[in-house]
Design a protein around this ligand. Structure first.
Ligand SMILES: C[S@@+](CC[C@H](N)C(=O)[O-])C[C@H]1O[C@@H](n2cnc3c(N)ncnc32)[C@H](O)[C@@H]1O
Length: 365
């Protein structure tokens, strides 16, 4: 938020802001707080839902309604515990939660469904569901480290009272941070950033952070939320969704890469050089990794080709990107994207290093 704030603070409130890779809607929310109108795109239905929940203004009455509804849901747990409640079809679910905790979570989930409806139905605002998302992670054996997720070796059994208290405490924190009225306006819509259509509106400022070419899969990381919130119903869908994602690499998305070829775009030389070096290295699956990098930048090139459909003349763009390394071959993301931009007629492209990514000295954002 700090980075986004610094950029947006330089612009007047009547500049329309775009984030073509919304994620958790940081740009859109920050812009709306600053008084601007902002729109963001994503292809992940869970993130579109979450972003819209974050970018709404809530009245005091509404927050009280959510709190009452959650209390009702909690009251229903003892009765619901006697039933067989729906649990998400997550692979190896026993690694995430003990059987006992899962039963409590499943009963607790059924309560808000009765009160608020399913998240995807969007009948109410979703704040109670955001709290539930945090609850499932806090009661799980998963640890979200900086880059990726891991499991501790054992799950913990949580009693009904503990889960209920934790849920209400999390909900309190969510509600306490949802009362501010946004000065501006923000929305997240489903658009594939590789093929942005003309939309009848244009943006003077883009602040965004696309996926990095580092084989991290957003779908993989978001699985627990996506299954619990019913935005994913089976593993196959996860792979299909990741194939649409730039840099996606989960399940079928990786196997499809094998047969993938770029289609008639003239790509920058620095990209062909980088891909050639990776392909010729001795790494395991070197050719596949070379194709992964090629497809990542090909998709980013498609994105940059369709972006002018929604830009005002003279628009300013800020991309937070990361480099990566395959078998010791550095993929210089800023240089490759700058070359793509120049090829497509963008002016004054330049990059600065804002921070180191992790203990690997060569990785930066
Ligand atoms: C690095 S994250 C964005 C992080 C964001 N700045 C935040 O604060 O959470 C990149 C996002 O791009 C989305 N994405 C990937 N491929 C996309 C595509 N083809 N079109 C639109 N969004 C895409 C992913 O779903 C993910 O949410």
């Amino acid at each position: 938020m700090k980075l986004v704030k610094e950029v947006i603070a330089r612009f007047p409130a009547d500049v329309a802001v775009l984030d073509p890779f919304s994620g958790t809607a940081t740009t859109t929310l920050t812009a709306a707080e600053h008084g601007n109108s902002a729109l963001s795109f994503d292809i992940n239905p869970f993130l579109i839902w979450l972003g819209n929940v974050k970018c709404r203004s809530y009245s005091v009455e509404h927050l009280a309604f959510v709190q009452d509804g959650a209390q009702q849901a909690i009251g229903r747990i003892p009765a619901l515990m006697k039933k067989d409640n729906w649990t998400p079809p997550l692979f190896n679910i026993e690694r995430w939660w003990s059987a006992g905790t899962l039963k409590v979570l499943a009963a607790l989930r059924t309560g808000p469904v009765e009160v608020f409806g399913e998240p995807a139905e969007d009948r109410t605002d979703g704040l109670a569901w955001v709290a539930f998302c945090r609850l499932v992670i806090e009661t799980s054996a998963a640890a979200f480290n900086h880059v990726s997720m891991s499991f501790s070796s054992e799950t913990t059994h949580h009693e009904v009272e503990h889960v209920a208290d934790l849920y209400l405490a999390i909900l309190d924190a969510v509600l306490a941070s949802s009362g501010a009225q946004l000065q501006g306006w923000g929305q997240v819509v489903e658009v594939d950033a590789r093929a942005i259509p003309e939309m009848g509106r244009r943006f003077g400022l883009v602040v965004t952070s696309p996926p990095y070419p580092n084989r991290i899969s957003y779908i993989r990381e978001l699985r627990p939320y996506m299954y619990w919130m019913k935005f994913l119903e089976e593993a196959r869908e996860a792979g299909e969704m990741d194939w649409k994602a730039i840099g996606g690499t989960w399940g079928v998305a990786t196997s499809r890469l094998n047969g993938w070829k770029p289609n008639g775009k003239s790509l920058p030389e620095i990209l062909t050089d980088t891909v050639g070096r990776i392909a010729k290295s001795n790494g395991k699956n070197a050719q596949l990794m070379a194709t992964y990098v090629l497809k990542y930048f090909y998709d980013m090139h498609l994105h940059l080709s369709s972006l002018p459909n929604v830009l005002e003349p003279g628009a300013e763009l800020h991309y937070i990107v990361g480099n990566s390394s395959f078998f010791g071959n550095i993929v210089d993301t800023p240089a490759i994207l700058t070359a793509s931009m120049q090829r497509l007629g963008y002016e004054d492209a330049a990059s600065v290093i804002i921070r180191k990514r992790n203990c690997n000295k060569a990785l930066f954002e």
